[in-house]
Design a protein around this ligand. Structure first.
Ligand code: GLU
Length: 551
């Protein structure tokens, strides 16, 4: 590359205050002294206030790649777009990711930056970008462009007419031809300008190895893309190239929506003389829409795209993590079946095993995974989790869980032991609805007694039940009494007797126990009623029955 005196003058004119050189930064941020093969990854969200499943999905990939290889995983905040900046968004990003088990080794943190490769907020790196932008100008690889919006739109119209690709490139890039003097007088008169790359692309094809997708053949970039906006702030293209180089990122994991701009980034790395990291473009998160067609998850249509959704509903982070692993690597489920007790961190995750065609996200599947995961969490621990969830999202019920581990633990453990345990606990919100009848102030009757049981019979059943109830009865004695109560009122003691001679009975013992069940738990279906009574305690059992017997 020839260095011309004019380019040097131009660089000085545009960046009069930038004295640091690229070498300065290269020395400040040397190669990381990691073991061979260690990967350095980063999550680079924009603080828009919306943290979504795609962020978490990518974060898992980053986290696994780094930590499986004894590398480093850091958080960089891409906050160069002031219009999209939302106050407090950085804290939300950090706390949401932390909740789901994503911990960073360095980068932006709740109490400021940690690590030797910062600053980690792009808004604090303006001088660094300007230094490298100046370097490009000095080498004739970037130039100021004074085109107004109006002029750019006229160019677009002319290109449309001539059926040429849109954009500022080649003959359309009139700023390339300005002399130093022309630039100087415009700059001095305060005309706004952007800094553009002087692309060297000539319509060829480039080949690049994507960590997930293998070899990609793409058209070479020929666009004079904007590097610095009129306010001197860098675009994503330029900022991430400078940052990922200086922060010594080895693997750039990001969504497939960035694939089309990959040729720009490759050219930028080349122009700056930086080695290319391994780009890993993850598949878009899809869901099955109406008619069975796959479609992209959308912020507007799909509340489950937001991470807030999972926290609000009270999904346990282990369940979300476990589920995401099933869509991240196709052989995860097989591994899990072979290693039921192992920590998910032991799974040999590999980017080569990731889907490229769209990862299908399915809430029903998440719920199934969650049922299994919750089964492996001890009931008292689950109670603590419920308390944490309630404190944040349902403060009025937090007291039901806090300090109440023994009672709630027994409730959650109902039917969870043995060879065929119940698997119906999914998330905190659903669990609360499921067990709310155990708490007097949240108990309501939702079901009606069976239609074949008259009101008078229902009262008679409950009255006899109360008279004969003995809290110390074992399960058999207890059920024997229900049979007797039923038989005395004309209900078959066994369902099969009723089936044989339906005309001889009003119903069977099942109808009788349903009447009692509804009085005690408000529903026609529930786990084992005898066990429920043991948890409720004698006093509460008697009171609930009494409440249903007319005085
Ligand atoms: N700030 C970009 C985004 O939020 C990051 C893309 C990347 O990871 O490079 O989409």
């Amino acid at each position: 590359m020839t260095i011309s005196g004019n380019d040097i003058r131009m660089a000085k004119l545009l960046f009069p205050n930038i004295t640091a050189t690229p070498e300065h930064y290269e020395g400040l941020f040397p190669q990381r002294g990691l073991t061979a093969g260690a990967k350095v990854t980063r999550l680079a969200p924009s603080p828009t206030g919306f943290i979504h499943l795609g962020n978490l999905y990518g974060a898992f990939v980053d986290e696994r790649l780094a930590h499986q290889s004894e590398g480093v995983f850091f958080l960089r905040i891409e906050d160069t777009d002031e219009k999209r900046y939302v106050d407090g968004a950085v804290d939300v990003i950090i706390s949401s990711l932390k909740f789901f088990g994503i911990d960073f080794d360095e980068g932006a943190g709740p109490d400021g930056d940690t690590g030797d490769y910062g600053p980690y907020h792009q808004s604090n790196r303006t001088d660094v970008y300007q230094c490298f932008a100046k370097h490009l100008v000095e080498r004739g690889c970037a130039y100021p462009c004074f085109l107004t919006e109006q002029e750019i739109s006229e160019i677009r119209q002319a290109q449309e007419k001539r059926k040429e690709n849109p954009g500022i490139y080649g003959e359309w890039a009139s700023g390339r031809d300005l002399t130093f003097e022309q630039v100087e007088s415009r700059v001095r008169s305060g005309m706004p300008y952007v800094l553009r790359l002087k692309s060297a692309g000539a319509g060829g094809t480039i080949h690049v190895e994507d960590g997930i997708r293998g070899t990609l053949a793409m058209p070479e970039n020929n666009q004079d893309v904007v590097l610095l906006k009129t306010n001197g702030v860098p675009t994503y293209h330029f900022a991430h190239v400078v940052d990922d180089h200086l922060m010594r990122t080895t693997h750039v994991v990001r969504g497939a929506e960035w694939l089309p701009s990959l040729p720009i980034h490759i050219e930028l790395f080349k122009m700056l003389g930086f080695p290319l990291p391994v780009y890993c473009h993850t598949a878009q998160l899809m869901k099955l829409g109406e008619g069975g067609n796959k479609r992209k998850l959308s912020k507007r249509e799909d509340p489950e795209l937001s991470l807030d959704y999972y926290r609000n509903e009270g999904y346990h982070p282990n369940a979300v993590r476990e589920y995401l692993l099933t869509i991240l690597n196709s052989d995860y489920e097989e591994w899990r079946r072979a290693n039921p007790g192992k920590d998910a961190g032991e799974f040999p995750f590999a980017i080569e095993k990731m889907s490229t065609s769209g990862a299908l996200f399915d809430l029903d599947k998440l719920n199934d995974v969650s049922k299994d995961v919750l089964l492996g969490i001890p009931a008292e621990e689950l109670c603590g989790f419920m308390a944490g969830w309630a404190k944040e999202f349902r403060p009025e019920i937090a007291g039901l869980f806090e300090g109440n581990e023994t009672y709630v633990g027994r409730i959650l453990d109902l039917g969870r032991s043995g060879s065929n345990p119940r698997k119906d606990l999914i998330c905190a919100k659903q669990i609360f609805e499921f067990i709310r009848y155990f708490f007097d102030s949240y108990f309501t009757a939702v079901d009606e007694p069976p239609p074949n049981v008259s009101k008078a019979d229902a009262s008679a059943i409950l009255k006899s039940y109360l008279d004969t109830y003995c809290h110390g009865d074992d399960q058999q004695q207890w059920f024997g009494k229900i049979r007797e109560i039923g038989a005395s009122l004309g209900y078959a003691a066994k369902p099969k007797d009723f089936k044989k001679n339906p005309d001889q009975y009003k119903g069977h013992v099942g109808d009788v126990s349903t009447v009692i069940r509804i009085a005690l738990v408000g529903r026609a279906q529930s786990p084992d009623l005898w066990e429920i009574q043991q948890i409720l305690g004698e006093e509460r059992v008697r009171q609930r029955i009494k409440n249903c017997v007319p005085a």
